[in-house]
Write a protein that binds this ligand. Structure first.
Ligand SMILES: Cc1cc2nc3c(=O)[nH]c(=O)nc-3n(C[C@H](O)[C@H](O)[C@H](O)COP(=O)(O)OP(=O)(O)OC[C@H]3O[C@@H](n4cnc5c(N)ncnc54)[C@H](O)[C@@H]3O)c2cc1C
Length: 459
C-alpha cells in the first residue's frame, strides 16, 4: 500500500491537472477585433459582408455550415427572385452581380424580363447552378477582402462598455468596439470584438444572443425537401389513373404520408420538389435534426413507392439537398415592423433603402399556397428601421428574419429581397463602424449613396 502522503500528493496533482484542462477549454484560441461581423452566409449575408468590406470595413462573415448560399444552395432553392417588377429592374447591386456572374459562368440562361409574367411570377426567377453559385459567392467575398469563416457560430454576445468588468473588453470598448462575440469553431472557443453586428442567420439566432426580441407564430408554414428521383417511367405511356389509385392506397395504408407528394403522383413524377414537410423548423439543433430526418424519411418512402410502379423498378434517388428548405421560424422585432398593409400598398418611407417584389406567399398546412399578387404598378420597400433590432443598438438584421408581420414576411423572405436588404444592412453597418456612430444616427442619404455606388437600386 502506498503511504498516505503519497496518495494525497497524487490526488492533488491530478485534481490541479483536471482543473487546468477544464479552464484551458474556455481560454479563447483566437481573439480578433474587426469593424463588422456578419453571421450567416445566405442570400442576405453574402451581399451584407461584401458591401461592408467594399466600403473599407474590416469584415468577418461567420457561417455555421460548410458553404455559402444558405437555402439557395444547401436547401436546393436555387431560383432567386424577383429582381424585376412591371417591366423594369427594381433590385440590382451585389446580389444581382452574384446571380448574373453565376449564370454567365455556367452557361445558364436569364428569363426574358421584357415578357410580363401575369400570375406566373416564378417565370422571372433565375435558375442558378448551385456549385458555381457557391464558387462565385466565395470569389466575391475574397475579392472584397471579407474573411469567410465556415464551421463557426456565435455562442454568446455581450454589448461592451468602458465600464465592463472584463479588463480586455473594457479596453476594447475604449477603442469604440461595441460587441464581444464568443464563437465556437470546430471545438475551439474564439472571441471577436466588433463595432457592428449583422444577423443574417435566417432565424435571428445572433439577435437572440444579443437580447433582441423575436416573433414567431404558433404554427409554422410547411417546408419542402428538394430531392430528385430518377425514374424511367414514360409519363406519356403511364396509366395515370392506376398510378394515382396506387398512390392513394399507399396513403391509406401508411406506406406514404400526407405531404409526401402534394399534387398527386403524376405531378410528383414530373417534379419531385412537390412535397411538404409539415412543422419544418431549423431554429434549434433538435428541430433541424428532426426536420431533416422527416424530409429524408419521406424521400425514402417515395423512392420505395416509385420503385413499386410499373416501369419504376429501377428508379434511384439521384440527388438530395443537404437541408430541408424551411420557410418560417423567427422574425426579429425591429425599430419598425413592416405590416401587410405597408407591403401591399407599396409604402415608401424617407429611410427606405430597398425595393421588394413578390406576391404575398403564405403556405398553409391545410390548403397549400395561393399567391396574392400585388396590384399593377405596386412595388414594396424596406426601411432602415426594419433592419435595426429594437432597443439593441449596433445590431442590424437582414434576410428572412427581417422585422415584419407574418403576411408581409411571406413575401419579403424571397432571395432577391434578402439580397437587397443584406446589402443595405452591410452598408449601414460599415458606415456606422467607420464613423464610430450607431446605424440609427447615420445620414440616410449617405447610406443610399454608398448603395448606389455598388449598383443597388434605391427607392
Ligand atoms: C421550399 C422553399 C421554397 C422557396 N422558394 C423561393 C423562390 O422560389 N424564390 C425565392 O427567391 N425564394 C424562395 N424561398 C425563400 C428563400 O429561399 C429564403 O427565404 C432565403 O433564401 C432566406 O435567405 P437568408 O439569407 O435570410 O437565410 P438562409 O438562406 O437560410 O441563410 C442563413 C445562413 O445562416 C447560417 N446560419 C444559421 N445560423 C447560424 C449561426 N448561428 N451562425 C452562423 N451561421 C448561421 C445558415 O447555415 C445559412 O447559411 C423559398 C424558401 C423555401 C424554404
Amino acid at each position: 500500500m502506498l503511504p498516505r502522503i503519497l496518495l494525497t500528493v497524487l490526488f492533488g496533482l491530478s485534481y490541479f491537472t483536471a482543473c487546468a484542462a477544464a479552464e484551458a477549454q474556455f481560454v479563447p484560441k483566437r481573439v480578433d477585433a474587426v469593424d463588422v461581423v456578419v453571421a450567416g452566409g445566405g442570400s442576405a449575408g453574402v451581399p451584407a459582408a461584401v458591401q461592408a468590406a467594399r466600403l473599407g470595413a474590416k469584415t468577418v462573415l461567420v457561417e455555421a455550415g460548410f458553404q455559402i448560399g444558405g437555402n439557395a444552395t444547401s436547401g436546393g432553392v436555387n431560383f432567386p427572385g424577383l429582381f424585376h417588377a412591371w417591366g423594369k429592374q427594381v433590385i440590382s447591386g451585389i446580389g444581382w452581380e452574384w446571380v448574373e456572374k453565376t449564370v454567365r459562368e455556367s452557361s445558364g440562361t436569364m428569363p426574358d424580363f421584357s415578357v410580363p409574367t401575369g400570375r406566373w411570377h416564378w417565370k422571372h426567377q433565375i435558375r442558378v447552378n448551385i456549385p458555381t453559385y457557391v464558387l462565385i459567392g466565395e470569389e466575391l467575398c475574397a475579392d472584397a477582402g471579407v474573411e469567410l469563416r465556415y464551421y463557426e457560430s456565435a455562442i454568446a454576445a455581450e454589448a461592451i462598455t468602458p465600464d465592463s468588468p472584463d479588463p480586455d473588453a473594457s479596453a476594447k470598448a475604449r477603442e469604440n468596439y461595441r460587441w464581444k462575440v464568443t464563437t465556437a469553431a470546430q471545438g475551439e472557443v474564439r472571441v471577436l470584438y466588433c463595432k457592428q453586428l449583422v444577423d443574417c442567420t435566417g432565424n435571428g439566432a445572433l439577435a437572440a444572443l444579443c437580447g433582441a426580441a423575436r416573433m414567431r407564430e404558433n404554427e409554422t408554414q410547411p417546408g419542402t425537401f428538394n430531392y430528385k428521383i430518377k425514374h424511367h417511367i414514360d409519363l406519356n405511356k403511364l396509366d395515370k389513373e392506376a398510378a394515382q389509385k396506387a398512390f392513394e392506397e399507399a396513403l391509406r395504408d401508411g406506406r406514404l404520408e400526407p405531404g409526401d407528394a402534394r399534387g398527386g403522383i403524376a405531378a410528383f413524377l414530373q417534379n419531385s420538389e412537390n412535397n411538404y414537410v409539415y412543422g419544418a423548423d431549423n431554429s434549434t439543433a433538435e428541430a433541424r435534426t428532426e426536420t431533416n430526418l422527416r424530409g429524408r424519411r419521406a424521400a425514402l418512402r417515395m423512392l420505395r413507392f416509385v420503385r413499386s410502379l410499373p416501369g419504376g423498378e429501377d428508379a434511384v434517388l439521384e440527388s438530395m439537398s443537404p437541408d430541408v428548405g424551411v420557410r418560417e421560424t423567427y422574425r426579429v422585432e425591429g425599430e419598425y415592423v413592416i405590416t401587410h398593409d405597408d407591403y401591399v400598398s407599396g409604402r415608401v418611407w424617407d429611410d427606405s433603402l430597398a425595393y421588394a417584389f413578390y406576391p404575398v406567399d403564405l403556405h398553409e398546412n391545410a390548403s397549400g399556397v395561393h399567391p396574392k399578387h400585388l396590384q399593377e404598378g405596386t412595388v414594396a420597400t424596406v426601411p432602415l428601421r426594419a433592419l435595426l433590432a429594437k432597443g439593441v443598438p449596433n445590431l442590424l438584421v437582414a434576410g428572412r428574419c427581417v422585422s415584419s408581420d407574418r403576411l408581409a414576411n411571406s413575401a419579403l423572405r424571397v432571395q432577391a429581397t434578402c439580397m437587397a436588404c443584406g446589402q443595405a444592412a452591410g452598408a449601414a453597418a460599415a458606415l456606422a463602424a467607420l464613423q464610430d456612430a450607431a446605424p440609427s444616427e447615420l445620414n440616410v442619404d449617405g447610406i443610399k449613396n454608398a448603395l448606389r455606388e455598388q449598383g443597388a437600386i434605391v427607392p
